[in-house]
Design a protein around this ligand. Structure first.
Ligand SMILES: [Mg+2]
Length: 173
């Protein structure tokens, strides 16, 4: 029997509040100016995992054609090829579950990727997806601690020593 190649893990990427943040002092106010520390944290995830990116941000609605140039302008040009898709828009979903509903729909449409994925988002994500969610803070954006949590989730259940999203005591050591 020929073994099927293991599909790469998926990183569902929100942008506002993850890669750009309000607390960045150099921030021009443009959503297209990413926070340098958040960029470094994302790079560390992408360097240490072969994950592919699916855009779940509201940028899908009006800025999708800006993502490649904005990635390049923010030192992420090497990773543009890792962006493979965007989540579908479900306009009639309740606002408080919409982001999760859209990610869930993408996973339903691509079940081969269900085993390993992580969601980076500063918004609330419904409980069924919570174990896969790393929640960032709008003021700070993505940090190295978040990156470590994301890598633990992406490594998959067998590699986990603690439940996804639950902090290991080593983070405080
Ligand atoms: Mg956001």
């Amino acid at each position: 029997m020929k073994l099927m190649p293991t599909p790469p893990p998926i990183l569902f990427l929100d942008i506002d509040g993850v890669l750009n943040c309000q607390g960045n002092r150099t921030h021009s106010g443009s959503r297209e100016e990413f926070t340098p520390a958040a960029v470094l944290a994302l790079r560390s995830i992408l360097d240490k995992s072969d994950c592919r990116i699916v855009i779940s941000s509201s940028w899908r609605e009006d800025l999708m054609d800006r993502i490649d140039p904005v990635f390049k302008n923010n030192g992420l040009g090497d990773y543009v090829s890792r962006i493979i898709d965007r989540t579908p828009q479900i306009a009639d979903a309740p606002e408080y579950t919409r982001r999760g509903d859209e990610i869930g729909k993408w996973l339903d449409d691509h079940p081969e990727f269900r085993k390993r994925f992580v969601i980076l988002d500063d918004d609330w994500i419904p409980l069924d997806l919570a174990p896969f969610h790393v929640r960032t803070n709008l003021e700070v954006g993505l940090t190295n601690t978040h990156a470590q949590m994301a890598l633990t989730i992406l490594a998959g259940p067998r590699a986990k020593k603690t439940r996804p999203g639950k902090r290991s005591t080593r983070l405080f050591g």
